[in-house]
Design a protein around this ligand. Structure first.
Ligand code: FES
Length: 175
């Protein structure tokens, strides 16, 4: 369990009872419509993202099972996708996600300093959540923004050419 700094009792569990709502189904249907009718499983990644967002940033096994049933695919295939890609989380997360790229271009351009700064200032290691639940800190593989390294994904927004100071400003601006 990577939640070393956050007692489980402090985590706000979203209400998952009615999560697979008509609105969510509609969003998933919009993704399915982008593929040929016989390939509805191709929408598995956007479907997982939609459900994860609605669940406060993480996926439960039940939700993955629902996605599998909805897309008519084996649950194991959905688990494989959800565990392979770093954008899916299988544990409760903070209210925000701060994802620092640790691949080569970013490493050569200062991402280590960003990581050390976050660890020191916010007392979190990669994979952990701040004590107040404000954000989960993640080290991630290449974000595809190598030309403007170091890059950070803050929730769903890319930020580039960051220094510890400019990253601090972005984190300060989180609610
Ligand atoms: S190496 Fe960091 S964005 Fe590619």
């Amino acid at each position: 369990m990577s939640f070393r700094n956050l007692p489980l009792a402090e985590i706000q569990e979203p209400d998952k009872s009615n999560l697979f709502t008509p609105e969510i189904r509609e969003s998933i249907e919009a993704s399915i419509a982008k593929y040929p009718p016989e390939w509805r499983q191709s929408a598995v990644m956007p479907a997982l993202s939609i459900v994860q967002d609605a669940n406060g940033g993480w996926l439960t096994r039940e939700l993955m099972n629902e996605v599998a049933a909805y897309l008519d695919m084996p649950a194991m295939s959905v688990y494989e996708v959800a565990t392979f890609y770093g954008m899916y989380d299988l544990e409760p997360q903070g209210r925000h996600k701060v994802c620092v790229c640790n691949s080569i271009s970013c490493l050569l351009n200062g991402s280590e300093a960003l990581i050390e700064h976050i660890e020191h200032k916010y007392q979190v290691k990669p994979g952990e959540t701040t004590r107040d639940g404000r954000f989960t800190f993640k080290e991630v593989e290449c974000l595809g923004a190598c030309r403007h390294a170091p890059a950070v994904l803050l929730d769903k927004v890319y930020h580039e050419n960051l220094s510890p100071e400019s990253l601090d400003k972005l984190i300060d601006d989180l609610e």
